[in-house]
Design a protein around this ligand. Structure first.
Ligand code: PLP
Length: 259
């Protein structure tokens, strides 16, 4: 059975992070392998705190898995600290060299609550971005990594180009954190015209963990050799359905519906 490696934080509520990612991988009938980069104190309403795992432990965990499992794609989510980010980049070098697709979701802050990365984001991600087949920032993450505000459509296209110049083969800037009746996700894969995927905006509280699940779904499609534009288009459509079928599990934000 082919495996997808998830390198991300543990959200004990299961709404985001490793548990939610593993659920996505299983829905593809792939095997989820999971390395925890950080532990969080979190419920459905808020992320209260985070504690990065020691970077040498993260390195050892990744190396043990690379030596053993047939890993066909990697999703990198929350990293917690620059030391863990650098360790993950170093440990994933052999996979990147072998052409295994790596999807990097640059998680900087919980929508409600704690910072999920200590220190300067651009510095922390400098080694990792060149290994990525795709990086999937939201508006704030794109601005932090590109080093300039992202307000309008022109800013967004410029930020995508700036991020691509940092090394990833493609950049998906997610549209959920912009305003308007529709949400447009913009994929810049170096083609003359970026791919824009537009869907109606749903009212009500935003479900928890959408970014985690979307990037993992894309990684799973890439694991099955789906071309990038198809992988992103299918994953965005599936996310739309999961947002429509989101449900309350705890007292806070809803969790995504089933795949
Ligand atoms: N906790 C972990 C472990 C995460 O990886 C993430 C986001 O990717 C979050 C929390 C934040 O999720 P949200 O943006 O829905 O608050």
């Amino acid at each position: 059975m082919d495996a997808v490696l998830i390198v991300a934080g543990l959200d004990p509520s299961g709404g985001a992070g490793l548990l939610a990612d593993a659920h996505v991988v299983r829905a593809h009938a792939l095997h989820p392998a999971a390395v925890a980069t950080a532990l969080t104190v979190q419920d459905s309403a808020r992320c209260h705190a985070q504690e990065p795992v020691d970077s040498s432990l993260v390195t050892a965990e990744i190396e043990a898995l690379l030596d053993d499992l047939p890993i066909k794609a990697v999703k990198v989510g929350m990293l917690g600290s620059p030391a863990v980010a650098r360790a993950v980049a170093a440990a994933l070098q052999p996979l990147a060299k072998a052409g295994v697709p790596i999807v990097v979701d640059p998680v900087l802050r919980a929508s409600r609550g704690a910072d999920l990365l200590d220190g300067d984001p651009a510095e922390a991600y400098a080694d990792l971005l060149p290994l990525a087949a795709l990086v999937t920032p939201n508006r704030e993450e794109a601005a932090a990594l590109a080093g300039s505000p992202v307000e309008d459509e022109g800013d967004r296209r410029r930020a995508a180009r700036t991020l691509r110049a940092l090394g990833p083969r493609a950049v998906l800037i997610k549209g959920g954190h912009f305003t308007g009746d529709t949400v447009t996700d913009l994929l810049d894969d170096g083609a003359a015209e970026p791919l824009a995927i537009t869907a109606p905006r749903r009212g009500g509280p935003a479900p928890h963990g959408t970014g985690c699940a979307l990037s993992t779904d894309i990684a799973c499609f890439l694991a099955k050799s789906t071309p990038l534009r198809d992988a992103v288009t299918q994953a965005c459509a599936r996310m739309q359905k999961r947002i429509e079928t989101a449900r309350a599990v705890g007292r806070g934000r809803p969790f995504l519906g089933d795949l």
